[in-house]
Structures are given as C-alpha cells and as structure tokens.
Ligand binder design. Structure first.
Ligand code: PMV
Length: 315
C-alpha cells in the first residue's frame, strides 16, 4: 500500500479558463501558495480481486467519475490493469472552495506513482496531477508555486519560493459549509462561452502573473497580496457576467470581504482576501501582523495556514 499527504493551495493569480479541457491546459498562467493548515491524506492499495476501483472519501464509499478517469490514465501509463482501493481523508470541508480537488489529486498522484511503480519525477508528477484537476498541478510543490501555460509536456507547477522564505499567513474561513453550487470545470466552460469579459480576464490575468513575479522578486509581499485580491475579484467579475450568471459569494462572504477592507482602512493592517469557486474566504496577511489580525476575527471560524510543503509519501 502507498500512503501520501498533500495540502491545498490558494491562488493569488487564478487559473480560470482552459485552453484544453481534457488535458487541463490553462488559458493563463497562475501563482499559488501551498497551505500548511489544511491536509489530505490518501492511501492506494492494488487489489487484483477488484472489478473496479473502490473510492472511500472521509470514511464513506462514493462514486467519482473524475477519479475513475484519472485511475484509468494511471493504469494506461503503468500498463497495468489492476484496480485499487483508494482511501482519502480531508481535515476540512470537501468541495466548498477549500481546493480539496487540488490536494486530493496531488496526494493521489504521489501514491499512485508509488503503488503502480510509475517512478515519476517531479515534472511528471505535476503533469499527472494536472490531469485530475488543474489546480492540483500546483499542490505537488511547496511554498509559492507558478504554473505555466503550454503543452501537456511543458505545463506543470514549479516552486519559485520555498515555504520558509515566505512571510505570509492565510486564514481560511469556513463561513459556509455547503458544497459548491457548480463545479469549476463546468463554470469555466460557461464563462469561456458566454462571459463578455472572458477574453479581457485572460489577458489581464496573464499580465497580473508577470507583475506578480516581479513583486515576488522584489519581496514586495504587501503589493503581491493587493494584486491577488484584485485578481480574485476579476475572476468573479467575469463569472458573474456569464449567462447564466454564476455567483459563488454567500452573504457571509460579502460580510467578510467588507470587514477585511474596513480593517485595512481603519487599522492600517496589511490584510487582503481571495475567493475561489466557492463562498469561503481566504484572508492573507504578513506573519508579523498575525496577532493583531486574529483579534479582529474572534467571532469567526477559520483555520490558520502557514506556507506549506509539497505532496509526499508517508510511512
Ligand atoms: O482545479 P480546478 O479545476 O478545481 O480549478 C480551480 C480553480 C480555482 O480554484 C477557482 C482557481 C485556482 O487557480 O485555483
């Protein structure tokens, strides 16, 4: 049996548009931070008696076409027909904008590489994770991770700053536990086809990525977070304008976003928010401002994350 762990990541510059939906090749590059506080643990065990894969998520057997497609890809690479029992546990709500698919497919790629004797190197692992879920390509790595556009061979994640060099901290709020209204894949498809702002979003996000790399190079962390907040709002603007309109924000998301901006203006604290395809808000700040920031959110339920490590095998 192979066991692995991986952490979700939160993108400062979002992946929100596919150039190739089968290979999950992005239409623009993205930049994320791997989060230490949230974790997925996975085991994969080959079982020659099985007629199909068995997938157990948080103790419950479930069907998942996405996992089946992924496992078929693994078997094709391994030239091995054997099915597996896959057990996965998340220490956070699944499918509510905490990027469980990112850590899920990153952990699954690492465990499958071992159990199916694929012996994949870093780039191959990241490419395999990408087939499961685009953002999973970035959860293979630690710290700040850049994911470039390209072809199947060239599009994968690379850590550009290791976790110990990043003075950032993230509060992942669980302001809404309900599962996501519409999957990222479906939403991206609708936005690409119908949003009048899709093309400008992709153009702008590509420029944001370049600017973000420059800010990272200059260790200008606060402006990086400010750019991240604006980029997240840009993604949601394009999404809200689609037909049918997709709104991931809940009333509590709006309340939190408002609070973040008020605290920033009134208390002069460097805090910035970001939301993925769900209602849960992530708040970024600098490590040395954490105590002051935490005082402001005493009544909220959140998990603290420092820059996290990449996906790995465990005993
Ligand atoms: O990996 P997917 O297909 O679930 O897409 C994730 C997209 C966002 O989380 C909204 C943005 C990102 O870059 O992670």
């Amino acid at each position: 049996m192979a066991k692995s762990t991986a952490h979700p990541n939160i993108a400062l510059i979002k992946y929100w548009g596919k150039e190739d939906p089968t290979l999950n090749l992005p239409a623009s590059p993205s930049l994320s931070l791997t989060l230490s506080g949230l974790k997925t643990s996975t085991s994969v065990r080959l079982d020659p008696k099985l007629k199909q894969d068995v997938f157990i998520l948080n103790g419950k057997k479930i069907e998942s076409p996405k996992i089946s497609t992924f496992m078929n890809k693994v078997r094709e690479l391994a030239e091995c027909q054997t099915f597996s029992v896959i057990e996965t546990r998340n220490n956070f709500p699944t499918s509510a904008g905490h990027a469980s698919s990112a850590s899920g497919f990153a952990a699954l790629s690492v465990a499958c590489s071992q159990e199916y004797k694929l012996n994949l190197n870093h780039d191959q692992l990241s490419r395999l994770a990408r087939i499961g879920s685009g953002s999973a390509t970035r959860s293979i790595d630690e710290g700040l991770v850049a994911w470039q556009c390209g072809t199947d061979k060239t599009s994968f994640g690379t850590s550009i700053v290791s976790s110990d060099q990043i003075p950032l901290v993230v509060l992942s709020f669980t302001n809404d536990k309900s599962p996501k209204k519409i999957s990222s894949t479906k939403a991206m498809e609708i936005v690409k086809k119908t949003s009048p702002y899709y093309d400008s979003w992709i153009k702008r996000s590509t420029a944001d990525f370049r600017d973000a790399l420059e800010l990272v190079k200059n260790s200008d962390w606060q402006n990086l977070l400010a750019l991240g907040e604006a980029n997240s709002l840009g993604m949601h603007a394009a999404t809200i304008a689609a037909k049918p309109s997709i709104i991931y924000f809940s009333p509590d998301s709006l309340k939190l976003m408002d609070q973040v901006r008020k605290i920033r203006a009134e208390k002069k604290l460097p805090i910035y928010f970001s939301l993925d395809a769900g209602p849960n808000v992530k708040v970024f700040t600098l490590k040395d401002k954490l105590a002051a920031v935490e005082k402001e959110f005493k009544d909220w339920d959140y998990t603290l994350s420092f820059p996290g490590e990449g996906a790995k095998l465990i005993d």
